[in-house]
Ligand binder design. Structure first.
Ligand code: ARG
Length: 558
């Protein structure tokens, strides 16, 4: 942000019509080379002054002098500024070295609370690709929010309630056995669940039994509750193994079941405000421009949205959130629209602070990677495969790596996370482990290699600590400008709920670094060595911090 401030201040000495803040807002980062480092469009001024834009630009450019700005040019309706590269480079590098991994920290959030509904898999079912997306996107948004001074609260809204658990209990009693479930809980429970559906097609009687079993569970029947608790705990153990590998933690695991005894209040509220209407024995809320929200089925049981209504109320009361995010696949868009709308109808003004943050699907060869119909893809196995390939990769390339298994895990897991986050979240993404582990291109490994290369250079230089900079290579300028953009990138990423902004930023930084590396023989010139190591250290700080914000680790040597 420093460059913009400098330019805004310099411009403000020439412009009376606009405040320094207004000038600041107007300044642009030019898209193409040869348009300066920053550009100020004068069209707003020309409207007021009723003078031609190029004349205004010309006269500002002629008068503008600032020791930090090398020169300015008027091009059409723009004033383009070229900065004093040495001075700015020094400033930039020093700032990063001083702040270390706190470079980019801000208090723009003023501690505002953001509850974040993330991951939220369904117990007794495999952890799906959709839940993987929610987990990594949500985790990164939370990390970025925290860096900007917000207080995110990550909530894993487990899918641990609903008729399917009645069905599972029936299936377990009919065909399951304890030893098998203990050995390999999720695949075993899922098998039972699939079998139940196959059998129920031939024998609809089973569905009725499933409903009865769920009713018993709801009523607190001891045997049923004990089974459910067991399913829940073995599922959580399995999920936690995945979370550990992904490096993700949660502040709460209150899932749907937690709201079991908290739905009456919301149903009564709806009734008392005459929002609840009967429709074929069911209770619904009519909504404008979208299908009605089904609150209670005709047998009196509650639904997904009933639990989400109670959840929203509970979260507002418990955390008094300023914002409430739901990081959930875009196939649930209607659900969240309905949810927010019903809360608005109830007069809860905070419903406007709730936001669905949707994302697309993960595809394999253009098709959805599905966990339905018994076609189970176990995420842990997918992660194992990525790590195995990462290890093979390292073995082929490197001669010596300290702790190869640890590094392979960092690279393999990083590849899976980055492959997800580098894309705009609304896009469907292709899951191809070979592609995501390429050392060149838009991959995590490219970033991790670049960072390891920097560490190797720093080690080789034998320079221990640097905090000042004198000369700066001209070839370093694009990289320095990129370093400078880190803060604004984080803000954009936060505002758009888009970790992809950070991912792309890092790729560009690494590309600039590698261009520099190819054009300057970094270690050859003793007299410039300290300055170069300072620059390299700054780049590495930003690469590592940027990766951290995506939830990815950076091995120092690969
Ligand atoms: N368990 C749900 C699913 O897998 C996602 C829950 C999302 N969060 C929520 N509050 N509805 O589809």
């Amino acid at each position: 942000m420093v460059m913009k401030h400098i330019f805004a201040k310099a411009l403000s000495t020439q412009i009376e019509l606009l405040s320094i803040d207004e000038i600041f807002q107007l300044i642009e980062y030019p898209k193409h080379e040869g348009q300066g480092d920053l550009s100020f469009p004068v069209f707003t001024l020309s409207k007021h002054l009723k003078k031609a834009p190029n004349q205004i630009a010309q006269s500002i450019a002629e008068q503008l002098h600032d020791p930090l700005i090398d020169h300015v040019e008027a091009v059409g309706g723009y004033v383009n500024a070229y900065f004093n590269q040495t001075y700015l480079g020094q400033l930039q590098i020093k700032r990063i070295l001083q702040k270390g991994r706190h470079y980019g920290d801000s208090d723009m959030g003023h501690g505002q609370v953001i509850t974040m509904d993330v991951s939220s898999p369904n117990i007794a079912k495999p952890f799906s690709m959709g839940h993987l997306r929610s987990t990594v996107i949500g985790n990164s948004i939370a990390l970025i929010a925290e860096k900007l001074g917000y207080s995110p609260v990550k909530i894993n809204h487990l899918g641990d309630w609903g008729t399917q658990f009645g069905k599972l209990i029936v299936a377990y009693k009919l065909w399951g056995n304890e030893a098998d479930v203990k050995k390999d809980p999720i695949p075993e429970l899922f098998k039972l669940y699939v079998k139940f559906h196959e059998e129920a097609e031939k024998n609809p009687e089973l569905d009725e039994q499933g409903r009865e079993a769920f009713l018993k569970l709801e009523q607190g029947d001891e045997v049923h509750v004990a089974l459910w608790e067991w399913f829940r705990s073995v599922s959580l153990d399995a999920f936690n193994k995945i979370y550990d590998r992904l490096g993700v933690t949660f502040d709460s695991y209150h899932g749907e079941a937690f709201y079991n005894d908290k739905m009456d209040e919301i149903v009564e509220l709806l009734a008392s405000q005459h929002l609840l209407v009967e429709d074929n024995g069911a209770q619904i809320v009519k909504l404008e421009g979208m299908p009605p929200a089904l609150i209670k089925k005709n047998n009196g049981s509650t639904l997904y949205i009933t639990r989400d209504l109670a959840t929203a109320l509970y979260r507002k009361r418990t955390y008094n959130f300023d914002h409430s995010y739901y990081v959930v696949g875009n196939e649930q868009s209607l659900h969240f629209k309905q949810l927010i709308e019903v809360l608005k109808l109830l007069g809860f003004t905070w419903a406007k602070d709730m936001q669905h943050i949707p994302f697309g699907m993960i595809l394999k060869d253009g098709k959805k990677m599905s966990t339905r119909k018994g076609k189970v893809i176990l995420l842990n196995e997918v992660l194992d495969e990525a790590v195995r390939m990462a290890k093979q990769n390292i073995l082929e390339k490197s001669t010596y790596v300290d702790d190869i298994d640890k590094v392979a895990e960092q690279i393999g897991i990083g590849a899976v996370i980055f492959n997800d986050l580098k894309n705009d979240r609304l896009n469907d993404i292709e899951f191809n482990i070979g592609e995501m582990l390429k050392a060149e291109g838009n991959t995590c490994l490219y970033l991790q290699y670049t960072n390891a290369r920097i560490h190797a250079l720093i080690d080789k230089s034998r320079i221990e600590q640097v905090d000042t900079v004198n000369t700066i290579d001209a070839a370093a300028w694009p990289m320095i400008k990129q370093l400078h953009l880190f803060e604004i990138t984080l803000i954009t990423a936060f505002e758009k709920h888009s970790p992809a902004e950070v991912a792309r930023y890092l790729l560009q930084l690494a590309r600039y670094f590698n261009q520099y590396y190819n054009s300057v023989r970094i270690l050859d010139d003793e007299s410039h060595l300290k300055d170069r190591i300072a620059l390299l250290s700054a780049v590495s700080i930003v690469l590592e911090e940027g990766l951290r914000l995506l939830g990815i680790e950076s091995p120092k040597s690969i």
